[in-house]
Design a binder for this molecule. Structure first.
Ligand code: SAM
Ligand code: ZN
Ligand code: ZN
Ligand code: ZN
Length: 761
């Protein structure tokens, strides 16, 4: 049964019964039986490619490493709705009365999926930004009032500083073309001749593709020239100088184009880097119909003047919104320090600071608290596009925001987006990215989705939108008094106060050891947001917190520290969970020992792992997923304090674990996932950890020292063969192939075990 259902939806009675089914009631439902790996894998994979289209609510505010919403919907419905999952998934539900907690809510995926299904939700996050973001996602908002306020602010900004984003069109001479992006390069002064050296890694501004031809910057006069070929780019149309592709700067070394003096960068002792404007990409409504491709120009004197005038205006203002906070040391912030940045505000140019100061003041003037908070959230999200760490993507011809990787990348070519955004006259269509109008538009879509969520179904290559009447995300229903419990806590889940046996389920996505430094990154927004928002949770100057669970070298946070914290949080949740109810979380790491804390925490909490299910949770092409050995597969660990485990899941040596891995690989492939060696490794890690927990459950000493507990897990994993032995038995034949279906494991998959084939615990 177990494997039949894992494999895919089975046929069942068509009557849908909204009664809450508990997995231990009749053995007929529960994640272990009702979840379908291929069905959810396919949906999750599609979602991760275009997450904002499948779960628009995530556009409320950036959060890192969001797990797929479809996965958590699949898990919740496997547990609480009548099977088959493939039918339940596309039907609306009202799981009234079900109480679900998430101790590490982050961007809120498990919580808003549960809330949408009608559950009461209880969430914790030690980072006040996460608490804020989830609150903004779930809190009901009067969208008409919001839209009017957002538009009013845009009009004011337009009047105040619209001209700072206008330029003269080079094609038709119109003086009101709208700047999409200002492209800047970092620069240093030459120690020898005193000239400014532009730190350009290359002279290509734009690669042919989105624009008909390549666009090159002249190394002598800075003019822009279009070239068909990069092998023979020809000469500058301004000064006749031969065009070159390779720039002046690479890997910390540069040569002065004026005197050939060789020197190094960055130079933190000279303060934050200086920038030079090298190009403008703009939009001209007047000659849009006759012009092919994008509009590029070299900045002219008027463009430079406008920029200087912004600096003068800023100097005249007594700043109320712009923060003065210093950037503390950290694993991620170290890079900022290496570039001479000491304060967050140094990462913005004067025009950005001026715009943000004015925008913030307008937001502070909005009376309605929920609308004001929503606008403050937009402001915070806008910051990631309005700073001088944004890079210009020379192929996609757009801005890469500061959070396009899970760190603070400092590039040499920066992109300053139009702060207001550009909307085509008479339409709400945005041209370009990174402006206020872009943020407002995606926020509106996000909140509209909360009022009327949908699913996307794919069949035979066709996509259809399925509406879900009766489902909604919120603390109260749009236009009615109907409400549900949404209890969100800005605090560590190690200190969560919950009554015993008060929860029906825990669904979470804990920190994956040192994968993302949430606090270091989120401080970038937080130092601004706390100037616009009054909240007890925003009293501290930083989102850093000694209780944050993560590996961090600067803070000396080790695997042991992480284990102890995770264990405390899991014990806390375990106590609050009704006996036999599911404690479910995703996990993913490229190192096996980074899974040991998970095993310790579950054992300490008296939970036994009943399933380890694979699911794609990252995008293959994601910028931070690199190297052939990295994986897009998460393991979903399902645990309970009591229940039954299928005997055939209880492998005890590398050969039988390898066949479980092969089976899972096959299931993922059925879900159209291309499974690599790195993915198979993560699947194997999941099984090894699950089995180590199973084997150690009956004589586990939760009171032992953490080092001893971790070592015990390590020994058990080794005894099971570890990755090497499992790997040797998997066989490379099923990996890295796009072939679907296949015969591997068929005999095992057809096995139809009864209750006797389950082991109680
Ligand atoms: C992987 S994220 C969760 C992502 C989220 N589920 C989503 O889909 O976007 C883990 C979260 O755990 C939080 N965290 C770390 N230590 C914590 C603690 N002691 N208590 C509560 N939350 C904590 C981090 O701030 C982070 O937001
Ligand atoms: Zn024009
Ligand atoms: Zn020089
Ligand atoms: Zn030239």
């Amino acid at each position: 049964m177990l494997n039949g259902s894992r494999r895919g939806p089975t046929t069942q009675g068509s009557l849908f019964d909204e009664r809450i089914r508990s997995s231990d009631a009749d053995g007929a439902v529960g994640i272990e039986r009702a979840f379908s790996v291929p069905f959810i894998a396919e949906l999750a994979l599609k979602e991760k490619q275009i997450q904002q289209n499948i779960r628009p609510v995530i556009a409320v505010h950036k959060w890192f490493a969001r797990r797929p919403g479809t996965l958590f919907r699949g898990l919740l419905l496997s547990e609480f709705a009548a099977p088959p999952l493939a039918e339940a998934f596309f039907r609306p539900h009202q799981l009234a009365g079900v109480r679900v907690a998430d101790p590490f809510m982050g961007g809120g995926t498990p919580l808003f999926e549960a809330n949408r299904l009608g559950c009461h939700v209880f969430g914790w996050d030690v980072n006040p930004m996460a608490w804020w973001v989830v609150r903004q996602e779930i809190e009901h908002l009067d969208l008409e009032a919001y839209e009017a306020a957002a538009r009013g602010i845009l009009d004011k900004l337009e009047r105040e500083q619209g001209d700072l984003y206008s330029t003269d069109c080079q094609e038709c001479g119109a003086s009101n073309a709208a700047v999409k992006y200002f492209v800047w390069t970092k620069a240093i002064d030459c120690d020898d001749c005193g000239e400014q050296i532009p730190l350009l890694p290359g002279y290509i501004l734009a690669h042919a593709g989105r624009h008909p031809r390549n666009v090159l910057i002249c190394r002598r006069c800075g003019e822009l020239t279009e070239a068909e070929s990069l092998d023979e780019p020809g000469c500058c149309r301004g000064c006749g100088e031969e065009l070159v592709v390779d720039g002046t700067a690479s890997r910390g070394r540069c040569t002065c184009p004026n005197c050939d003096f060789a020197t190094t960068y960055p130079r933190p002792e000279c303060g934050p880097p200086i920038h030079r404007m090298v190009a403008i990409e703009y939009h001209c409504e007047s000659c849009r119909g006759t012009h092919r491709g994008r509009f590029f120009k070299r900045p002219d004197a008027a463009d430079l003047d406008r920029f200087s005038s912004a600096g003068r205006c800023l100097a005249d203002l007594a700043l109320r919104v712009v923060p003065d906070d210093e950037i503390p040391d950290g694993d991620e912030t170290a890079r900022l320090h290496r570039w001479g940045y000491r304060r967050y505000r140094e990462m913005f140019n004067p025009r950005q600071l001026l715009g943000l100061e004015r925008l913030g003041r307008h937001i502070l003037g909005v009376e309605d608290e929920r609308v004001r908070n929503a606008l403050a959230t937009n402001f915070s999200d806008l910051l990631r596009y309005q700073n001088m760490a944004c890079r210009y993507d020379r192929r996609a011809l757009k801005s890469l925001d500061v959070f396009s990787v899970h760190g603070f990348p400092v590039g040499l070519v920066q992109c300053e987006s139009n702060l207001l955004g550009i909307q085509r006259p008479g339409t709400r269509t945005n041209v370009g990215s990174g402006g206020w109008s872009n943020i407002v538009q995606k926020f509106l879509k996000a909140k509209q989705y909360c009022d009327e969520p949908f699913e996307v179904r794919y069949s035979n290559g066709r996509k259809s939108l399925i509406s879900m009447p009766g489902e909604w995300i919120g603390d109260r229903r749009n236009g009615s008094d109907e409400g549900r419990v949404v209890a969100l806590h800005a605090g560590s889940s190690t200190e969560a106060k919950l009554s015993e046996s008060s929860l029906d389920a825990v669904f979470t996505d804990p920190p994956y050891f040192a994968n993302v430094q949430y606090a270091e990154l989120m401080d970038f927004c937080y130092v601004w947001l706390r100037r616009l928002v009054t909240a007890e949770a925003f009293r501290s100057h930083s989102t850093r917190n000694p209780d944050e669970l993560t590996g961090n070298v600067t803070l000396n946070r080790t695997l042991e520290h992480f284990t102890e914290g995770l264990s405390t949080a899991y014990r806390c949740m375990g106590r609050a969970l009704k006996p036999g109810r599911p404690f479910v979380f995703t996990y993913h790491h490229n190192r096996l020992d980074a899974y040991y804390p998970v095993a310790v925490a579950l054992l300490d909490a008296g939970l036994v792992c009943t399933a380890s299910l694979p699911c794609p949770a990252e995008m293959g092409g994601s910028i931070h997923i690199h190297g052939t050995e990295s994986s897009i597969i998460d393991t979903v660990f399902v645990s309970r304090s009591t229940g039954r485990v299928a005997r055939r899941e209880l492998a005890d040596d590398a050969t039988s674990i390898a066949s479980l891995v092969r089976r899972d690989v096959e299931l993922l492939r059925e879900g159209s996932v291309r499974v690599t060696n790195g993915d198979a490794r993560c699947v194997a890690f999941g099984h090894l950890i699950r089995l180590a927990i199973w084997n150690l459950r009956s004589n586990w000493d939760a009171g032992a020292a953490v080092e001893k507990k971790l070592a015990r897990i390590g020994r058990e994993v080794d005894r099971l063969g570890g990755w090497e032995a499992v790997h040797a038995n998997i066989g490379a034949d099923i990996l890295q192939s796009r072939r679907r279906g296949g015969t591997i494991g068929e005999a095992e998959l057809a096995y139809d075990g009864g209750v006797d084939d389950e082991v109680p615990f």
